[in-house]
Design a protein around this ligand. Structure first.
Ligand code: MG
Length: 306
């Protein structure tokens, strides 16, 4: 009987240790080890697959499968514990997040907010979460409530500025770093909040982030960079919501001036609307309403030439 399972790196390490005295000597290409225990031959491949051969292959495979399941569950539980422990949740913090970097039309908005610990229960009760998980309607209704209680600073980089200053540079992470630094520094400098953490949703590694902003006049230090920060920290979640609110309002304004409703994202509908804008106002108009370095521009202009 042959049974093949795939295991996590953690389980792999455990298996290597467990079978170390039962290994066969021979080297086989793409095989980490081959071992024999009782009447089962165990072969671990570099791909992460493990094959069990022999009459009780299923018994051995099941044992490792359950160990692997346990360790995977433990890992998930630990992560949940960390998130729930509230280390970054139930605290006073400044956090920042941005919106619009994946949207062809409209500005980039970056916001930093200050959430004092005593406002955590209020924000929890409002149902603050990552803005991507909330509908536009919900964003519009709760932002006013947040803004009443929470100090924040936002920056809007409109399309003309974006295309002039950054279009050639074409490095979205550098743009983000510069804008995050600006709002964080401003909020920290002007409000002098008492905080436990400054948290940024990680889009670049720390060294890279500081390299991007090395020419900025003021640099905000002491930041904790964290993947999926909006799920763990309310200041980042609020920053994400306020940014989206401002972005939606700016998109409304642009749509009104063009008399064409602008879609979000960068998909096929965006290309269609882009063509409509060029037809109506000429290709120069795109500079004012879109991020020209996106691939959409080429598609929009090519379609029209043909
Ligand atoms: Mg983010």
């Amino acid at each position: 009987m042959n049974v093949v399972i795939r295991v996590s790196d953690e389980t792999k390490a455990k298996m290597i240790d467990y079978y170390k005295d039962k290994r066969r000597d021979k080297e086989i290409p793409y095989v980490v080890f081959q071992a024999v225990e009782e009447d089962t031959v165990i072969t671990m491949y570099t791909s992460g697959k493990v094959m069990f051969q022999g009459t009780s292959a299923d018994v051995d495979a099941d044992m490792w499968r359950s160990i692997d399941g346990q360790s995977a569950n433990q890992e998930i539980a630990q992560k949940e514990k960390d998130a729930k422990s509230g280390k970054y949740h139930n605290c006073s913090s400044v956090g920042s997040d941005e919106v619009g970097t994946g949207d062809y039309f409209g500005p980039i908005v970056v916001t930093a907010t200050y959430v004092p610990q005593e406002e955590v229960p209020y924000l929890e009760q409002l149902g603050i979460r990552d803005s991507k998980k909330l509908t536009d309607e919900k964003i519009l209704s709760i932002t006013k409530e947040i803004a009443k209680k929470i100090k924040y600073r936002s920056i809007i980089l409109n399309n003309t500025e974006y295309n002039e200053k950054y279009g050639k540079d074409n490095n979205m992470n550098k743009i983000k770093a510069i804008l995050h630094n600006k709002v964080l520094y401003q909020l920290m400098e002007e409000e002098k909040p008492k905080i436990d953490y400054i948290i940024v949703d990680e889009f670049a590694k720390e060294n890279r982030y500081y390299d991007y902003i090395k020419d900025s006049t003021h640099i905000q230090r002491g930041i904790t960079f964290m993947p999926k920060a909006e799920d763990q920290n309310l200041a980042v979640a609020c920053a994400s919501i306020i940014s989206r609110y401002i972005f939606l309002k700016e998109m409304d304004k642009l749509s009104d001036t063009l008399h064409i409703p602008l879609p979000k994202g960068a998909g096929p509908i965006v290309d269609q609307v882009g063509e409509e804008i060029v037809e109506k106002y000429g290709s120069e108009k795109l500079k004012e309403v879109a991020k020209l370095n996106f691939l959409n521009t080429g598609r929009i202009l090519k379609t029209l030439i043909i």
